[in-house]
Ligand binder design. Structure first.
Ligand SMILES: *Cc1c(COP(=O)(O)O)cnc(C)c1O
Length: 433
């Protein structure tokens, strides 16, 4: 099995100790399941590794965009992680979960004045400011409210994506952040230091996603620390916080490597400490921002199979009762997933097919070249593994399809609780006037 919270009991898929066929019957399909124990375990792996490697003032921040609903943010709070938010909606979720907002960091390359005012009113800890316009807006609005706002500046360390595949947001021409290479990062530092209502707490970078090679973090942290030393020498300003971003890779299919998060963090820490020493810098308080690697393997989606279409000499299709509306990742990025016939794990899987959704779009594909048992038929429960990240958070009402519920499986399978209820057709219609 792709993750050890999955098991086969007499050919039936179990998820965190629970029979998935019974869960499908009890809660209906499509159905998102989340394994609370796994989320907590992933949080603890990061917290422990960061504190052991970087010291007491290091903190992992959960990147809420990977999956955000109130019950989940409560777990993040209980596990003592900080939180990245990217919109007023995510901030509102954190407030509802009574998250300690001083540990919340507000990202986004384009925050509106309304977002900025709302975040300040909610007591946001830090803005991660993308550009000078934003710094000016935060300074103005903080001034109007009579507060001094802490910010980090998002920089692009200019890592070459051709050297590091799957790394796409840290290059000079990214829409995110200010580039070190062009001199804009130094310029925005000087600009920010001149603002009276802003307290510059440090710097942030995020190089990409699905990164398995910790060399990427060694490179980016080197560049960031050299920049911090340069700012100290030029402006007498020494950053207190260095946020190295998120992006640790997750195993979706057997051919993906399994990343050892603790070992990677220890390796990054050794490099960061060595670099600080060489540059005669105090070790900054380190932040990292895992999203996917906190929740992805804590998720499983269940569907009911409908039409099985065989086109002799061409291909086969198995249609399910969900699709790109609840999981757009294949349509967006051609993402890989492991797909199982949840009640037939003991049967040989030699029927090659595309598992497709119910939306009116040829690109509505969950996965291609899937092998399922040849007996697959209408009514079978189809499970898609590792769907905890960027599934529920990216779900839409395309084709006016109501969104599935999220059911949290906790305490080794002893409890199954609805964390987000299933949308109804009335919910879908409720904004129409
Ligand atoms: C998306 C994002 C993350 C989380 O990335 P993962 O790949 O989910 O770990 C962290 N920080 C920033 C700024 C992001 O944009």
């Amino acid at each position: 099995m792709i993750c050890n919270n999955l098991s086969s009991v007499n050919g039936v898929l179990h998820f965190n100790g629970r029979d998935t066929l019974s869960l499908a019957k009890e809660f209906g399909t499509p159905l998102y399941l989340m394994d609370e124990d796994r989320i907590r375990r992933n949080c603890r792996t990061y917290r422990t590794a960061m504190v052991e490697s970087f010291g007491e003032n290091a903190l992992p921040l959960y990147a809420g965009k990977a999956c955000c609903f109130t019950a989940l943010i409560r777990i993040i709070k209980e596990e003592g992680l900080g939180l990245d938010v990217v919109s007023s909606g995510e901030i509102a979720t954190a407030v509802k979960a009574e998250f300690p907002m001083e540990h919340a960091y507000f990202h986004s390359n384009n925050k509106t004045d309304a977002d900025i005012a709302y975040a300040i009113d909610c007591g946001i800890g830090y803005f991660v400011a993308d550009n000078e316009e934003e710094v000016a807006a935060v300074d103005r609005i903080a001034g109007e409210k009579g507060i001094r706002q802490k910010i980090l500046l998002r920089l692009t360390p200019g890592i070459d994506p051709h050297t590091y595949a799957a790394v796409a947001t840290g290059k000079v021409d990214s829409k995110f952040g200010s580039a070190i290479e062009t001199g804009q990062a130094a310029q925005i530092t000087e600009f920010t230091l001149s603002k009276t209502n802003i307290d510059l707490a440090g710097y942030h970078c995020h190089v990409g996603s699905q990164v398995f090679d910790s060399d990427v973090f060694l490179r980016s942290s080197d560049i960031m620390l050299e920049f911090i030393a340069e700012m100290r020498d030029r402006f007498g300003y020494t950053a207190k916080i260095l946020d190295l971003g998120g992006g640790f890779g997750v195993r979706y299919v057997e051919s993906d490597p399994a990343l050892d998060v603790s070992a990677s963090i220890a390796r990054i820490a050794a490099s960061v400490k060595g670099k600080c020493k060489a540059l005669n810098l105090p070790l900054p308080a380190i932040r990292m921002e895992p999203g996917r690697s906190i929740v992805a393997d804590a998720g499983l989606t269940l569907y009911t199979a409908g039409t099985v279409k065989k086109i002799p000499g061409y291909k086969n299709y198995v249609s399910v009762d969900g699709g790109m509306a609840d999981n757009p990742r294949f349509a967006l990025y051609g993402s890989s997933y492991t797909v199982l016939n949840a009640g037939k794990l003991n049967e040989m899987s030699d029927f090659e097919c595309s598992v497709v959704g119910r939306c009116c779009e040829s690109g509505d594909i969950i996965q291609e070249n899937v092998k399922l048992p040849s007996s697959v038929c209408r009514g079978d429960i189809i499970a898609v593994c590792t769907t905890g990240a960027y599934n529920y958070s990216m779900a839409s009402n395309y084709n006016r399809i109501p969104r599935p519920p999220v059911v949290m499986i906790s305490d080794g399978g002893n409890t199954a609780t609805v964390a987000v209820r299933r949308e109804t057709p009335e919910d879908v219609l409720k904004l129409d006037v």
